[in-house]
Design a protein. Sequence first.
Length: 567
Amino acid sequence: MEGGIRALFVIWSRVVSCFCLMLGQITPLHRELFYKNRNMTERNITDPQRMEKIVSLCKRRGYIFQSAELYGGLNGCWDYGPLGAELKKNLKDYWWRKNVREREDIEGVDGSILTHREVLTASGHIGGFSDPMCDDLLTKARLRADQIEPQDGIIYSYTGASYPDTEWSVERAYSVLIKPEENQNENNARKIAKQYYGQFLKDKELSFKKISLVGESTAEAKGTTRFNPATGSLVTEPREFNLMFKTQMGASSSEDDPNAVAYLRPETAQTIFVNFKNVLETSRQKLPFGIAQIGKAFRNEINPRNFTFRSREFEQMEIEYFCAPEDGMRLTDEWLELRLKFYEEIGIPREKLHILDVPDGERAFYSKKTYDIEYEFPFGIQELEGVAYRTDYDLGKHGEHSGKAMDYFDEEKRERFVPHVVEPSAGCDRTVLALICEAYDEEVLTDDKGKEDSRTVLRFDPKMAPIKAAILPLLKKSDDQTRIAKEIQKSLQPFMNVFYDESGAVGRRYRRQDEAGTPFCVTVDFDTLGESGDELKNTVTIRHRDSMEQERVAIDELLVWLLKKTR
Ligand code: GAP
């Protein structure tokens, strides 16, 4: 359950907050923290070294680059390089094939990114699509308040500061958290506090080190989230921060003109809801049926992190599956199974997937059931996709705000109602990252003489692999071999992404393809030319990436052979 659902959860949590405060109970924010903490131990099983290697391979092999790296990088944005773009495209194509082309009950759409403000008012995003954020009072670093882990220690508090032999003084409360188990003591606290008060010195000639602190007191803290774990400094009170990117439309738009305001969509789902009637009428579908979309979404995340996992610009693959109210719960369970099967088909094993049945109180108020499908990333167990039963909330809200009925007439039952919806909402970039993390392997090989060597190999399922086959003439100098290899390349190109490589020893070329995740290397050699007799003439060697075994296939049969293995 990410921001889309979180947005409405925020509105709900504000209402419940008031009740809870009145009753002296725990607030939803606290409950959310409790929930996250409960899973912290198992979620924190991480392998930063593996992640570092993956990030470095992504850059080295042209999978993923930091956006605007040339100018210092654009935080939270990523560019896919040649291999990354192919991988992502294979994923999207397969998702579209399974969910749109091979299903008669699902239609595809491709909506605009720029979104009318009324759409997002109705959906609740303008009012409540926010995260609690706070700022480190010393460094000004911005943090997600609900992501600060509870800490223990001694709080050193001050009421202000003055400067010896000057008129300068400041009255302002400030605190620092000191962790004695990390060998910190009062000197650390005082140094940080002096740096903090030093920001208010007008005379830049004065050194903050000489500041006198006023009103020092100490208190023990258990499980506090009011301090930045990285610096020990107090943070500001949490404030709600809307995550949407706002823009102005039209050449003559003025900043104050509300009619010129548009938003970059924070989820693809809303384009689907507002087109429900259009698709229903033009496709002549009957319930249950779905509308699917792949496209960009934008969220001004406070803390983009974990490589592409939490980005500010990302792609979603969403289905809104409309149904009769009585079918909602059953279809949610069915969609969960279908989605798990999909991940297995693309090479993410079931045992690495975790299902979180989001408990009552954690879900958006309109959701009767939500499953999060999570994957064991090297940085912990994290969400790939949410499967949510959103009831009739969205169509109901758009009907209410637009004044146009968003209902459906069931001809058999002769009744009219607002359809309910089940939403499998997957992150495309997160799935690409999971595919890379899952595929990454380092293998130690021992040759016949016992000599050890190692290779890095991306073991993608062939359906997902960016390059399906590398075409290699064994000898660059052999005109016949290069000619045949190029002919093979040309014949395969209309059907799949292949790569021609003639430079260097063939063993080294294999390794390069292993690192790119190419499942098959097709080598044109002397046997292809008929030098060992007619039996092997016009055949090629196919070397398998994972087993490194080789077999011979006739050139005439190569296309069908590869299509069968890579579809
Ligand atoms: N329409 C429902 C919706 O948007 P969500 O849980 O907020 O729900 C769905 O998002 C999926 O989109 C998530 O499971 C995740 O895979 C992906 N996603 C959400 N925020 C993301 C971000 N900042 N960066 C990358 N992927 C993100």
